[in-house]
Design a protein around this ligand. Structure first.
Ligand code: ADX
Length: 342
């Protein structure tokens, strides 16, 4: 494929990529300091590099209310989750310094709004996988990709994930595997182990000239449907024209309906989000088909289907048992077992 201009890629949300990196103010030492939670620190970093375009800072009351009630910013643009900075009290001055990280979760009573200027980016968890939206866009253009599908995940990659990404890849130019590496709940598999899983799977089973692996610095909110919209908008900023939404995207337990995160896309007019969601039914391995499938493509019954739950797999790994190949590739299972042993 021949290179394309970055202008030929999908446009960022709101029209242009925000860049809130800049120089430190001269009076830095005299400013009041506010400590951030890991989630706020992830948001700050994404504000800096334009991953949250068109946001230029933590949102204020007008945006907050419209986002919560209507999934829109005050200016009318779709936006699904508040990006807020909670504080105990209003600061004295109109500028503050934001250092990380407080492991403190008490709900603070106020939100501090305003533009940010980031003069020192947080150290990325995986430096070799850290790519800002401008960098993924440049890479897609260089590779000649215009139609790029983004894949969000917070789990070790299993056969269903592989199926979704490969089916999607059949219809577009390239795939961005974009695992979330910000804060997750404590029983999710740590990002270092997951990143190892993504690497071994991509090395053995994906064509390197069709896939980019990069880390998505966000923290999980477990906000299900709204998070699916938010994830899609962020990936649009990274240059993705398509975004995969499968079963219970960004869900937790059985709190949301299995396909709520797909249905919510109907609340926007066609092309308002611009990025195209690619919806997938619950997929599984079918012994009779001898392949991955979903109820859309497989006529067989439950007795022929392998749909292991995450809990069941965790139990197997804890006992040192290798999950069946129908669920996890052996290369990935080895990484997981080694991680559980250590
Ligand atoms: S998530 O919190 O990032 O959504 P996970 O990493 O499990 O969790 O899922 C990544 C993506 O794959 C999501 O779009 C999810 O809906 C989809 N997905 C995961 N498992 C399946 C499955 N068995 N069938 C269909 N889609 C799935």
């Amino acid at each position: 494929m021949t290179a394309v201009a970055t202008e030929q890629l999908i446009r960022p949300h709101g029209g242009s990529l925000v860049d809130r990196t800049g120089d430190a103010p001269d009076d830095l030492d005299s400013l009041e300091t506010i400590t951030l939670t890991p989630r706020e620190l992830s948001d700050l970093d994404m504000l800096a590099c334009g991953a949250l375009s068109p946001l230029e800072g933590f949102i204020g009351e007008e945006d907050y209310e419209r986002v919560v009630e209507e999934m829109r910013l005050a200016r009318g643009l779709p936006w699904a989750l508040p990006v807020c900075l909670a504080v105990d009290r209003a600061p004295e001055g109109d500028q503050v310094v934001l250092p990380g990280v407080a492991r403190l979760y008490a709900q603070k009573p106020r939100y501090l709004a305003g533009r940010v200027t980031v003069f020192e980016r947080a150290d990325p968890a995986f430096p070799e996988l850290a790519k800002d939206p401008a960098e993924t866009r440049a890479e897609f253009a260089e590779r000649g990709w215009r139609r790029v599908v983004g894949f969000q995940t917070r789990n070790p990659i299993h056969r269903a994930h592989e199926y979704l990404t490969k089916v999607a890849l059949e219809t577009v130019d390239g795939l961005l595997v974009h695992p979330l590496v910000g804060e997750t709940k404590s029983d999710d598999v740590p990002s270092a182990t997951r990143v190892e899983c993504y690497r071994v799977l991509l090395d053995s089973y994906y064509p390197p000239d069709r896939v980019v692996l990069s880390a998505f610095p966000a923290a999980m909110r477990y906000a299900g449907p709204r998070e699916a919209i938010w994830h899609a908008i962020c990936r649009k900023n990274y240059g993705c024209s398509h975004f995969i939404v499968g079963r219970d995207h960004a869900g937790v337990g059985s709190y949301y309906g299995t396909y709520d995160a797909q249905l919510i896309f109907d609340e926007f007019e066609p092309h308002e989000l611009d990025i195209e969601p690619m919806f997938f039914e619950h997929s599984f391995w079918c012994n009779v088909c001898g392949s991955m499938a979903s109820t859309k493509s497989c006529p067989h019954g439950d007795e022929d289907r392998v749909a292991l739950s995450g809990t069941k797999v965790r139990e197997m790994l804890e006992n040192g048992e290798i999950p069946p190949v129908e669920f996890t590739r052996p290369e990935v299972a080895e990484v997981l077992i080694a991680a559980y042993r250590s």
